[in-house]
Design a protein around this ligand. Structure first.
Ligand code: NI
Length: 188
């Protein structure tokens, strides 16, 4: 995914950002929170399907993190048909995963939640969601530090590091600290 987001302090409008489009923070869970995507081959299936949907729907994915039972994504769509975008990802990832596991027709995905990001006047909402993604490996017990979290391979974070450096990400992390999303199911 080439269009991952660039955090640029003091820049009014970051690269690739077209404000006429719709930005969403998206979270989707597998059915019964089953760890369907529990190895690299399976996560690669999900990743490839997401890349394909990105091209098909002219979406730009600025951030993502993939886990065995859910994923989060910050995505820009040129229209508001996020349902088609998500349904494409879910139907093809289920189809390919089920082929691999030899269980045709098995239900894989439960539901998704999207939050429209209000960034017309301020990018704070976007930066907060970037921090949320950076915090996710800690939240889900993969590691316990910022330095390790940003190396999580199934995410946009390694790409973010190459674009703005660890210092740039740390600045975002400290300027937009993760707030408690425990009552916000879309953000789990
Ligand atoms: Ni999560």
């Amino acid at each position: 995914m080439e269009d991952v987001y660039i955090y640029q302090k003091d820049k009014h409008r970051p690269q690739h950002l077209s404000l006429k489009d719709s930005f969403y923070f998206l979270t989707a869970h597998t059915i019964d929170d089953i760890d369907f995507f529990d190895d690299d081959i399976k996560k690669k299936i999900l990743y490839d399907v997401i890349v394909h949907a990105q091209t098909l729907y002219h979406a730009k994915i600025f951030g993502y993190v993939l886990w065995p039972d859910h994923y989060h994504m910050i995505v820009q769509l040129p229209n508001t048909r996020i349902d088609r975008f998500v349904n494409n990802i879910h139907s093809y990832s289920a189809k390919y995963l089920n082929e691999l596991d030899c269980v045709p027709g098995r239900r894989v995905w439960y539901q998704y939640w999207d939050r429209f990001l209000r960034i017309q006047y301020s990018l704070d909402d976007l930066y907060r969601r970037m921090s949320y993604i950076m915090h996710n490996p800690i939240k889900h017990g993969w590691c316990d530090s910022f330095d390790t979290a940003i190396t999580y391979p199934w995410s946009s974070m390694p790409k973010w590091v190459t674009m703005v450096g660890k210092d740039g990400l740390f600045e975002c992390w400290t300027s937009y600290p993760v707030i408690d999303h425990s009552t916000d199911y879309a953000a789990q």
